[in-house]
Design a binder for this molecule. Sequence first.
Ligand SMILES: [Zn+2]
Length: 114
Amino acid sequence: MKINAKKLIVPLCLAIVIAGCLVWIALQNSCGKDGNAAEVRVSDRVILRLPLDRDTKKEINGANGIRLTVVTHEGGVYVESSGCPDKICVNKGKITSVGDTIVCLPARTVIEVV
Ligand SMILES: [Zn+2]
């Protein structure tokens, strides 16, 4: 029994390593995936869709008369400046992965990588 157990350890370890790699690859593909566009929503309405493969700068009219400057740069998107009082959206910085969002509550604006 002892000899059999030792012989089993090597293939078992290999199987665990391979399974681990497969899980890691699957996770890399589903989460953390780089997006190809940024969707800008104001009050739950999509008002703009910016491709992330091009560098652009757009002025957005958010709710409550707040204006935001949204910039796409090197595959990511960020709020360069905003008229909101808290500046949480500006401080969030650049987002690049699918599902990442920048939220500006005062302007009721959501920017999501898709
Ligand atoms: Zn804001």
